[in-house]
Design a protein around this ligand. Sequence first.
Ligand SMILES: Nc1ncnc2c1ncn2[C@@H]1O[C@H](COP(=O)(O)OP(=O)(O)OP(=O)(O)O)[C@@H](O)[C@H]1O
Length: 276
Amino acid sequence: MATSDVRVDTWNAGVDFPIFDAKTRSIKKSVIGAAGGVIGATGSNVMVVEALKDINLHLRHGDRVGLVGHNGAGKSTLLRLLAGIYEPTSGSCRVRGRVAPVFDLGVGMDPEISGYENILVRGMFLGMSRKEMLRKVDDIAEFTELGDYLEMPLRTYSAGMRVRVALGVVTSTDPEILILDEGIGNVDAAFMKKSRKRLQELVERSGILVFASHSNEFLAQLCDRALWIDHGRIRQEGGIEEVVEAYEGPEAAANVRRVLADMDKDADSTDGEDAE
Ligand SMILES: Nc1ncnc2c1ncn2[C@@H]1O[C@H](COP(=O)(O)OP(=O)(O)OP(=O)(O)O)[C@@H](O)[C@H]1O
């Protein structure tokens, strides 16, 4: 697909979850808590969680958007809507392009088969062919630094070891639209440092990135715009620093500035190395 054709559009999109087995007093009015979406009730007293409401989003090639917001704000629901896992219950959503959804890096991995086999299966789950994955498997194996462990069943791995495999696979794919949900937190600092470059390259290769994270550091590293989702609605849209400041305050914004400045420094020193 031509890069100009890759796009994500939603028009007043909403997602409601009816909850048929909620044990509660009847709810007459909508309830907004500190966490979670808006809870209401239908005419027949079925509870409904309004996870997203009136979402208007128009992303084009090159857009790298981070989602911030409280627990239950609707970030994961929005990612799932864009990935086609959920249909909008109101409004509409159209996505053109090959989507790689990475919600939980570990999802789609089989604990009973080896690390190697999981690399192949997970790559195919993300839209790569078996042949392509066979070509990439050695490079991914080397990246994970798991050595002979890759012959062992995945159930024998620690959480961080599993994330290494998953990160190795996802950063080897070529999605047009990359939909990324946190879950990268489990690896140790040294491996994360090494992964950052691969993740940034992946983001550069993909046409559109939508990334939900509670880590401002990650958002600053991977995205250039942010959306603040609040109780299912887009509350603010803008640069990362500006949105983080509105959502979390000046200290968090200062941290974003520091991360951006460090990235500039790293880029300058790498340019220097390239020139040598
Ligand atoms: N399958 C589901 N069934 C019912 N309610 C759901 C379902 N998935 C999400 N919700 C509700 O939708 C709202 C939004 O949840 P979502 O997982 O999108 O939030 P989030 O912003 O990703 O939160 P977090 O930061 O905690 O991961 C919450 O109130 C949640 O309870």
